[in-house]
Design a binder for this molecule. Structure first.
Ligand SMILES: C[S@@+](CC[C@H](N)C(=O)[O-])C[C@H]1O[C@@H](n2cnc3c(N)ncnc32)[C@H](O)[C@@H]1O
Length: 292
């Protein structure tokens, strides 16, 4: 391509997506991730992927779909696509009221039960963890609850997300002040180390969390996750359609140990999918417990 024509390309507006292209791309994304982009959010593809088409010098979304399926760089492109179409909104101590309910009625109970049984082990699966603020929040809560005795516990928070970029950020563990906007000041002082790029999560918190890229639509990968006492999956199933919600809730049910807890976002509901969970409604949040 000549310099002039590539300059003309870069000045050109990204092409609009046709209905057929939208349906194909939507189906493609759904099959891979279970994320359902509704018709009314068609504009999302144009606004979030338009620049990508320009960079790749593609003249239609049809060409982009071909690139996603047959380019030698399709794996990297898929990761970029997931990053662009997902919402990664999160923060430390997000929905502090719900976390309070979880701490009082679920976390304490499980810790007490485990201590009583003499098995000081706790495994939490944090699914759809975005850039890591949520699992680190859980690790901080455990430090606060167990204090010095935490050294006698075997704790693992297994945190994962579809997006490799988010998981890389989570592993770095460096955040700006905005990510800490809901974090009480004394917690900030205790568990974050100020540095030039922002605030670094203290190594004793990082130590409890293990991050991995994982697609909740990948049943084989999900089955490899060790059984957990608690599954945390807030503000993720909201992006799935009914079939995918059912599939993911089923994964969580199978992963949980008897009497384990499932915590979903406060605006999400399980009532149509979770016959085998016992809902525990408290002021500030609902928790779902797996029966004995
Ligand atoms: C809005 S964020 C929620 C983050 C955190 N749980 C919270 O509530 O603060 C939703 C996350 O779910 C992830 N996600 C969406 N579909 C997924 C899938 N199929 N497998 C794993 N993660 C997924 C996205 O990449 C995104 O980071």
């Amino acid at each position: 391509m000549s310099l002039l024509s590539s300059q003309a390309m870069s000045l050109r507006k990204a092409p609009p997506i046709t209905d057929t292209e939208f349906r194909k791309l939507r189906e493609f994304i759904y099959k891979l991730t279970g994320i359902d982009v509704p018709e009314r959010r068609k504009y999302l593809f144009e606004t979030r992927l338009g620049a990508r088409l320009k960079t790749l010098q593609l003249s239609s979304f049809g060409e982009y779909i071909t690139y996603l399926t047959s380019s030698p760089h399709r794996k990297q492109e898929l990761d970029l696509l997931f990053e662009k179409i997902t919402t990664n909104e999160t923060s430390f101590f997000r929905d502090i009221k719900q976390l309070g309910v979880f701490k009082t009625f679920a976390l304490r109970k499980i810790l007490d039960d485990q201590a009583r049984k003499g098995t000081k082990e706790l495994r939490i699966w944090c699914a759809g963890c975005s850039s890591g603020e949520e699992p680190y929040t859980l690790a901080i809560m455990l430090h606060e609850l167990l204090k010095m005795s935490i050294i006698s516990w075997k704790i693992r928070i297994f945190a994962n997300d579809l997006s490799p970029a988010m998981v890389a950020r989570a592993k770095r563990g460096v955040y700006n002040a905005y990510a800490l906007r809901n974090t009480p000041k004394q917690i900030q002082t205790k568990y974050f180390i100020p540095e030039s790029r922002g605030f670094k999560v203290h190594p004793k918190v990082q130590k409890l969390v293990q991050f991995q890229v994982l697609n909740l639509n990948d049943s084989v990968a999900v089955k490899r996750i060790q059984q957990s006492h608690i599954v945390f999956c807030r503000n993720v199933i909201i992006y799935f359609d009914d079939a995918m919600k059912r599939k993911v809730i089923n994964h969580f049910y199978n992963n949980l140990l008897p009497e384990g807890y499932l915590i979903i976002g406060h605006s999400e509901s399980l009532h149509r999918y979770a016959r085998f969970f016992i809902p525990q409604t408290k002021p500030g949040g609902i928790m779902y417990q797996k029966a004995k």
